[in-house]
Design a protein around this ligand. Structure first.
Ligand code: 2HG
Ligand code: ZN
Length: 461
């Protein structure tokens, strides 16, 4: 009897599916146009199910690829070696929200925004807000320590996790930390699992810390004649003592892609506007927020800005955030593209921008730039456009991307700020990490997963 029959006998047909529709649903994620069919899809309903599946696969050396909502952008949940796609969507319970301790315990398949809204009902705030917050799972956010616009003021997923229930490749179940705000007891296994992209263990429960919900937020839209002008002013805003809760950059071409592919957004991109900054401030004192906006306006006035608009109604704010949050999806619907998630010290953003445009010119590809300017985290969508298949898939484009990554290193940065390495960035890992760092990481992987069954062929070769 082959392993699939054995696994079905062990777990039952309700949990182990070989239905074509299930296999096809787990074959791709939001990464480019890649697709890899698993042999089976496992749909566990409990930690015990996950443990039994991993223990079986470990014994029989069957690859297991954990999968959340499939909104990843580096191919982290692609079953590139076949085997089992472990779908965590049944782990969708918010187990508790503890208003006394400002903590919550959730299962890893809870949607980010569902959790945010449940916390908000109790006056509590879970800040990490990826662009895909309406569909991405918290377990996937753990896999990459996902960020989003509010990461600038509030940090990313890693800053809110106190404890994790994790099923190891052997099937053993551990808790990595403690439900306490402070913990200095042995190595920090919680932070080691966060960002490990499902290669060290399968997260089944998460204990988060929460904040009080800020009462107000205000949003400004600044228009610039060039994306370089927009990038130049970013460090100045902080030097002048401003503390935005979000500071996002949008090239006007990115906004055009959104408007061209959306029916109900009324927004005009003036000819001379080539870039925008979205600047948000939040807090509990409205007077102070208005003073902050005045201060931001004054700083921008000195920075060759075309115009600063103040979004003071919920509808105006919603429209601007909708435009910003849908850029990735709308660019993808227009053209074959590669998504780069570069991050540098933010004062180097202007130079990075010049380098990206020059390299695009040199290698013949168009780039659409946007992202979290306040964090120095620039998303670059490289469009195939007129490039030949041979250049697009071969060494030509790879060389251009390597040049961009080398500029990131030169500017004190690295090759991924939040999307991770997964499958599509692994050939570039040596641009970011030294051989000894990679060896240490491989050593850690060997401790957790000696048979290399969990999410194999990711992060490095
Ligand atoms: C964002 O900040 C996301 O918009 C990127 O990190 C989304 O490129 C995407 O699809
Ligand atoms: Zn982003």
């Amino acid at each position: 009897m082959d392993w699939i029959e054995q696994l079905k006998n062990l777990m039952g047909n309700e949990i182990i599916s070989t239905k074509t529709s299930d296999l096809e649903n787990c074959a791709s994620d939001y990464t480019e146009d890649l697709s890899f069919l698993p042999n089976v899809v496992a749909i566990p309903k409990s930690v015990e199910d996950v443990s039994a599946i991993l223990s079986f696969c470990n014994t029989h050396e069957i690859p297991v690829t954990p999968r959340g909502a499939g909104t990843g952008l580096s191919g982290g949940s692609l079953p590139v070696c076949g085997g089992v796609s472990l779908s965590m969507h049944k782990f969708n319970r918010i187990l508790s929200i503890d208003e006394e301790n400002f903590q919550a315990t959730v299962e890893s398949g809870v949607i980010n925004e569902t959790f945010q809204e449940a916390a908000k009902e109790k006056g509590l705030f879970y800040p990490p807000d990826p662009a895909s917050k309406g569909s991405c799972f918290l377990g996937g956010n753990i896999a990459h320590s996902s960020g989003g616009p509010k990461a600038l003021k509030y940090g990313t997923t890693k800053d809110y996790v106190l404890n994790l229930e994790v099923v190891l490749p052997s099937g053993e179940v551990i808790w990595t930390g403690a439900d306490t705000l402070k913990n200095s007891t042995g190595y920090n296994l919680t932070q080691l699992i966060i960002g490990s992209e499902g290669t060290l263990g399968v997260v089944t429960k998460i204990v988060f810390k929460l904040l009080p919900m800020p009462k107000h937020d205000l949003l400004l839209l600044a228009k610039f004649r060039s994306i370089h002008d927009a990038c130049k002013i970013v460090p100045q805003l902080f030097i002048q003592g401003i503390e935005p809760s979000a500071l996002e950059l949008m090239e006007s071409s990115a906004v055009h892609y959104v408007l061209d592919r959306s029916d109900n957004i009324s927004f005009i991109v003036e000819e001379e506007t080539k870039a925008y900054l979205l600047i948000e401030v939040d807090g509990n004192d409205m007077e102070k927020l208005f003073a902050d906006c005045e201060h931001i306006n004054n700083v921008l006035e000195d920075a060759n800005v075309i115009e600063v608009q103040f979004a003071d109604t919920a509808e105006q704010k919603e429209k601007l955030w909708t435009i910003r949050r849908s850029i990735g999806e709308k660019v993808k619907s227009h053209s074959i593209y590669k998504e780069e998630d570069t991050v540098v010290k933010r004062a180097y953003l202007p130079e990075l921008m010049i380098a990206v445009k020059d390299i695009g010119q040199e290698y013949g590809f168009e780039t659409v730039c946007y992202g979290h300017a306040g964090d120095g985290n620039l998303h670059i969508n490289i469009l195939k456009g007129e490039m030949t298949d041979e250049k697009w898939t071969g060494k030509h484009l790879e060389e251009g991307i390597r040049k961009i990554f080398r500029k990131c290193k030169e500017f004190g940065g690295t090759i991924s700020g939040e999307h991770g390495i997964g499958f599509v960035q692994k050939k570039y890992i040596n641009e970011a990490l030294s051989p000894i760092n990679i060896d240490i990481m491989k050593g850690i992987k060997a401790v957790f997963d000696p048979k290399n069954i969990l999410n194999p062929n990711k992060i490095w070769r």
